[in-house]
Design a protein around this ligand. Structure first.
Ligand SMILES: [Fe+2]
Length: 416
């Protein structure tokens, strides 16, 4: 169905049928296509106020079509969804329709890659600490391996990377941000060279921490005001250390500006909005998401959905277009999420890649009705055609589930 909608309610995954101006007067080389976050940014920047979308070929808009801008978490409540179990603005993206390898087939490789990449980054940081120059070119094989895993499946490595142990957090965080940056760059449909550049930037964004006093870097608690001032130096130090490395200006900018905020209250320069380079705005989102979803000695991790919801509520911190693309990247039900089904079972999300991010593949393992574990079964909620559905996202901390991660890390189990 064709529908005219305001550009303020556009979201990735809508299908552009036509623009209200001549082909020569708008920023695209074709008139109809599936919208990405970057396309929407271009449409808004070009002053176009409304477009015609085709809801048969892409996502629809909010019910009245010309309502408020879509907040992906508006309808999700605190931990429960709306009556129909469908968070607003989450009908799927173009990316989810791309052919790719299932999480279960990529996850073993992703586990090994995450471990070896973290060890490699440990050596990079150790060399930097000793004053040895870092080589951007030498990072490329590692970035290519990470990008290749993300292209095969964007959820496997980014989910495994949440499971950090306390020893070596900085190195694992670097690899995690690299994986998230390449996945986000792919979501934003940057070209292949830019995806790799985003990956290099993710790996090296915190290199300046190699110069941070270990008492501050490894402090198992909140930093004092003075310690925080010392910690803030890492972005400038990283930029300085990378001057002699063979990396692009964009990689240098991420090291320097990944703690800037779009409201100008970040550091080190207090840059605002688009004055913050694109990759640095992407880095800010990936950096914070990975930090808050990781266990640290002084705080336990946030659930991914809780992290995304909180980040969306921090007005002025992130570029909203990039954050929306990031939500599409990691999904509304990230792999490893604990959910409750209408049937009364608790389940863990195994994969989101079956064509709709609202109907992931899950593994049931506990009956809330009998309050007892059940034999695990894998359920593709899309194939179940409404026989069962997600009615709530659950906080794992409210349940005693020490084996929860094993349930999605080891994906074998009977299909129903
Ligand atoms: Fe940082």
């Amino acid at each position: 169905m064709l529908k005219t909608v305001a550009t303020s309610v556009l979201r990735p995954g809508m299908f552009l049928h036509s623009l209200d101006r001549r082909w020569l007067d708008h920023p695209f080389w074709k008139n109809s296509f599936l919208l990405t976050a970057i396309d929407i940014e271009k449409i808004v920047a070009s002053g176009i106020t409304s477009i015609v979308i085709d809801t048969d070929r892409g996502l629809s808009s909010s019910e009245d079509g010309l309502g408020e801008p879509v907040d992906p978490f508006d309808a999700a409540g605190s931990t429960t969804q709306t009556g129909d179990g469908q968070p607003l603005g989450t009908g799927g993206t173009a990316r989810t329709h791309l052919p790719r390898r299932p999480v279960g087939e990529e996850i073993e490789h992703a586990k090994r890659l995450f471990e070896s990449a973290s060890n490699e980054m440990k050596m990079v940081f150790q060399q930097a600490r000793m004053g040895r120059a870092v080589s951007g070119a030498s990072m490329m094989p590692l970035v290519q391996s990470i990008a290749a895993s993300v292209m095969r499946n964007p959820y496997a490595l980014t989910s495994v990377a949440r499971l950090k142990h306390h020893d070596g957090y900085t190195y694992m965080h670097s690899v995690a941000v690299c994986a998230l940056m390449t996945a986000l760059a792919r979501e934003l449909e940057l070209d292949a060279a830019d995806v790799l550049e985003a990956g290099v930037a993710g790996l090296l964004h915190d290199l300046g921490k190699a110069l941070m006093p270990l008492a501050v870097l490894n402090k198992p608690g909140k930093l004092s005001v003075e310690e925080f001032e010392v910690a803030k130096k890492h972005s400038y130090d990283g930029w300085q250390m990378l001057q002699s490395a063979d990396v692009s200006d964009a990689v240098l900018e991420v090291a320097l500006h990944h703690h800037e905020k779009v409201n100008g209250r970040g550091y080190p320069h207090g840059l605002k909005d688009k004055a913050i380079p694109l990759l640095a705005r992407m880095g800010a989102v990936c950096d914070v998401y990975d930090a808050v979803t990781s266990d640290r000695p002084y705080k336990s991790s946030w659930h991914p959905t809780q992290a995304l919801r909180s980040m969306a509520s921090w007005e002025g911190q992130f570029d909203k277009t990039i954050l929306a693309a990031f939500v599409s990247t990691v999904g509304i039900y990230p792999v490893g999420s604990l959910v409750r089904l209408e049937s009364g079972y608790l389940a863990v999300v195994l994969d989101q890649g079956n064509g709709s991010i609202l109907t992931p593949t899950v593994k049931t393992f506990f009956s809330c009705k009998s309050n007892q574990p059940v034999f695990p079964q894998i359920v593709d909620l899309k194939k179940s055609k409404g026989a069962d559905r997600i009615v709530a996202i659950e906080d794992p901390k409210q349940w005693n589930l020490p084996q929860l991660n094993d349930l999605w890390l080891n994906q074998a189990g009977p299909f129903v």
